[in-house]
Design a protein around this ligand. Sequence first.
Ligand code: PMP
Length: 393
Amino acid sequence: MLTNLQQQPADALLALIKLHNADPRTDKIDLGVGVYRTGQGDTPVFGAIKAAEKKLAETQESKAYLGPEGDMGFVEALMPYVFGKVDPTLGGRIEGMQTPGGTGSLRLALAMVKRAGVRRVLMGTPSWPNHAQICADLDLEMAGFNHATPDGTADMDALREVLRSAGEGDAILLHGCCHNPSGIDYENDEWDEIARLVAERKVLPLIDLAYQGLGLGMDEDAYGLRRVLVAVPEALVAYSCDKNFGLYRDRVGALYVMMGEEAQLAAAMSNGHALARANWSQPPDHGAAAVRLVLEDEALVREWLDELDTMRERIRQVRSRLAAAGKVGTLDLAPLGGQNGMFSILKLDKEQILALREKHGVYMAGSGRINVAGLTLGNIDTFVDALEEVTTG
Ligand code: PMP
């Protein structure tokens, strides 16, 4: 029976990690895997999380089941950061639940919209590959539109065009900030227009916020999300704490649902809970409990936000250095300075990407996506020289 299962393609990024690990060169550069790295190339546990974990180990008295919604203290403590301080529940119309990472949240959100009768998911491409994989797994039709123009800005014409022919029964998946893989985010005035168009066309927004605080700042990175939410009756937010709390393998995320009226929340959330029960029953506790303990302690909040500031500043510093290199062979690195978050795409072909790896020990995804946090002030020049060499022949 099980021999009916067909071989699936290997995950390209995981294969790249293996290749990188096996490379004995000490000056190799890993721009593949999507984790933040310090100037020393490490991905450390946040100090605030270490402190919270210590507290958790000392004070947690039971690991009994919590329920499919997970740690609601965590879910609620996060809301002011996501939705803003004044009324983070938008008049009681938003409720959340804990999920295993942003991926778990997206999975639930897309399963919910499918249950609700959504037929198509509009999505700017390229996108994080798992978006398409989850839609395909749920048999949800996708309507792709071009996310970015060749000059490195968001392709608003493509977005306007796809929304013109969209309507009720369509959802749109939007990256709240730090677009993966392009780093190209919407400007605030573009978000204003998106909010208006999505509301006009009655398209259901699903906003993926996986890098809050790593782009321009905690509030700045939530501008689009907040703008869209005040414009529409219903929306979903898939949130990940895996980057902005450095908890990747602990799988910390939340799904927030906004309904037109508070009274409609219970029915909607009961679907979220039932779907969670059928998928993973309950989310893993540890990471979310640690985030809750950070958010409940003013000093730890300050420490966490300081750590996040340091990360964001480092990313911006690397981006400025790359942008300052300007034209490099056939590439123009200048736009990287205005892009946000860890990722950008370099227009390189397969041979050039292979040459970077084989000749220069530079590892990046086959799409040309680079994790700029994989660069340090010590190796940027080497990287830029390698780019120059492979693009000029
Ligand atoms: N959305 C985007 C755009 C992402 O890049 C990622 C992670 N790479 C996620 C969601 C999911 O994050 P998590 O690791 O929390 O599942």
